[in-house]
Design a protein around this ligand. Sequence first.
Ligand code: HEC
Ligand SMILES: [Cu+2]
Length: 466
Amino acid sequence: MRQPTPFRKVLIASANPLFGKGLQQIYHQRFEAVEFLLTSTMEETLAQLDRWQPDLVIVDYDDKTIHREEFLSHFITGQRPMQVMLVSLRESGAVVVYDRKTLTPAQADAWLSDFQPNPPSKRSHPMKGNTRHLLIAGGLVIVATALVYFALLGINLLPDQASTQAQAIDRLFNAHFFMIALLFSLITVFIGYSLFAFRSKPGTEDQPGANMKGNNALEIIWTLIPLATVLIFAFFGARNLAETRAADPQAMEVKVIARQWDWVFEYPAYGIKSNELYLPVNRQVLLKLTSLDVIHSFWVPEFRVKQDALPGENLVKELRITPIKEGKYTVMCAELCGGAHANMNRPVVVVSKQEFDAWVSSKVNAVTADPVERGKRWAELSGCLSCHSVDGTKLVGPTWKGAFGHTVELADGTTVTADDAYLYTSIVNPASQLVKGYPNSMPANYADQLSDEQIRDIIEYIKSLK
Ligand code: HEC
Ligand SMILES: [Cu+2]
């Protein structure tokens, strides 16, 4: 049903033809037929104002080629009843209406008493109101973020930090906790604040809210900030991953063999096996993980890093850990591996170097109480025998057969009897007493790799080779 309209002639002024066509269509849908005239320049509009004498002029508020002041001054001087509407599509269809009507004194009175000034609307100072809201909400976001962040840190979500790898990982955890706190606050504060600040006031419940559509600045911001955040996290993630994998050439190797439902740890350097993972503090351990049956996963929460153990000879997986805190921990299986998966726990004991050496000795002594037997084992495991023969053959270094007690000619021309002290020094500091006729090619770092006990065992072994 189309309604009657007081207008007969409507002039639409806009350089944009779509503006006039669109309005004309809307008008036609809702009101009875009227006559339309579309103008696109200032001169044309002013000319038609006089010639065609419209009752209603609709002006494109956003069209800068229509000079509004000049147009309105023309409007004021006219006598005929006429209305002018300035329509701004950019301001979501906001309309300013000028009415050139004549009132009798009584009507004017009524008009004045009915007149309601616009409520001090946000439209008059849109930025002022919004900036205030933004400042308040922003302040609340900062406060809420700080509270949530410190609450998250305060409830100790993470166990002890017992390895250097854990430090790198915890830096990321902290950054994530901060992001979680920030996002949580951003969402809840803005929702809560909007519920409170923009709730409908008494008497305005049936008024529609502002119609908002599109905001390029906002869309660009909320695309770029998350993108940048994700890229920054990717960068730090990659860097920290590299940090947790940094290899120390002095690392002690331990083979970790997983099976349903237990762990076995082998120390190739000492030829021992254990169901407890003993580790010296502040020395990197290189774990080489395998499984005898299904997939398991080596995880000590205090060390943070985690690695699957896979069945298959060529699928040995490596994991590097540098314990930094003495204490007792537990390795658990982090891959559902069958019935007793939840009980697949074994102690992990981080001790000082001295305690570790003592543990190794006690383990080895349990294997054999004979120091010569043990010394032979250490010599084999440490690679001594690739340079030293035990049968008189001359390899890279002098043979050990008959080495003890014989007179050694040194490169500096002096001679010395090969006693305990000489052998000991030759092992821990080979360059200090070079044997004549041999290169200075013996590795100089055995003092770090072998305990005193092991070196003494090796000397006993050398003594036994007559
Ligand atoms: C890469 C080869 C190489 C390896 C591995 C090596 N040595 Fe030697 N070693 C030498 C050479 C060369 C000499 C002679 C020059 C010197 O005195 O440094 C020597 C000298 C010695 C001497 C003095 C021998 C003598 O007759 O006076 C002892 C003792 C010794 N090595 C013990 C060891 C032990 C124990 C290990 C293993 C833990 C070991 N070496 C590993 C090359 C090696
Ligand atoms: Cu398992």
